[in-house]
Design a protein around this ligand. Sequence first.
Ligand code: NAG
Ligand code: NAG
Ligand code: NAG
Ligand code: NAG
Ligand code: NAG
Length: 225
Amino acid sequence: MRFATAAVLSALVSAVSAHFHLQYPSPRGPFNMQNELTFCDAYGQVTTNRTVFPLSNGYYLLTSEHPLWTLGVIISTVPDPDNFANFTDSQGNDQMAVNYFETSGEGAFCAPIDIGAANIAGVQDGSNVTIQFIFDGGDGELYQCADLTLSANMTSIPSDVSCTNATSNAGVTYFSSGVAPPTITATGTSSSATSTSTSSAADAKSVVGVSGILLSVLGGMLALA
Ligand SMILES: *[C@@H]1O[C@H](CO)[C@@H](O)[C@H](O)[C@H]1NC(C)=O
Ligand SMILES: *[C@@H]1O[C@H](CO)[C@@H](O)[C@H](O)[C@H]1NC(C)=O
Ligand SMILES: *[C@@H]1O[C@H](CO)[C@@H](O)[C@H](O)[C@H]1NC(C)=O
Ligand SMILES: *[C@@H]1O[C@H](CO)[C@@H](O)[C@H](O)[C@H]1NC(C)=O
Ligand SMILES: *[C@@H]1O[C@H](CO)[C@@H](O)[C@H](O)[C@H]1NC(C)=O
């Protein structure tokens, strides 16, 4: 019984730190879990060590710590994008490099991204762009950014990047709304509270969610005892 409780608690603790990590292209700076709820994981300034990235037929690699999640990738052609408005077109709509979709599975996820085919004004061979990954596993939107120089003569993923999926996901389901970020409701272990020191509404909700799960798990164990 004590062992079971410890196992349940450790499962909850790992759920509490659930996030996503962009692996390729490399993000602007080292992953910072606390900051991932904010623009570019709080790396507000453009970097100069841009990744040379395929204009067409590229792949991105991330690891998910959530079982069910949505993702969209927005793109900016501004040389030094430091806010969300810099990722919008002249109508104020997000410029999508990958439309929002939902999929499942924890661990590595490697999927195609064709920036050249996205019809973004000003995107061509040699363009400096920034892409921002917007990930939602049910505990609010998380953000990581990568600064790129697009290259038409680069067509494959570097050999040191292991482009694999950890799970055989059931594919991706795109949202018909196109540019609107979807919201998904926290379920089971996908709840995540990064910290009790932040005061955002999203975090407050997650803390309640995790406590709720903890209470219902403990309640279930008491009922069994
Ligand atoms: C650029 O440099 C920063 C700081 O050293 C590093 O964290 C980041 O991974 C580098 N980006 C690329 C694409 O190598
Ligand atoms: C792209 O960014 C690199 C690195 O910051 C810079 O050296 C280069 O001049 C930029 N190229 C263009 C076309 O702006
Ligand atoms: C980036 O966004 C800021 C704030 O909205 C705006 O003032 C600036 O003009 C934008 N940069 C470009 C190049 O559009
Ligand atoms: C490939 O494209 C990049 C960016 O446009 C350029 O800097 C580089 O010289 C090109 N390399 C070759 C082999 O053409
Ligand atoms: C991973 O799964 C996604 C979604 O099903 C798929 O598009 C992608 O091609 C897969 N990646 C690999 C390396 O098979």
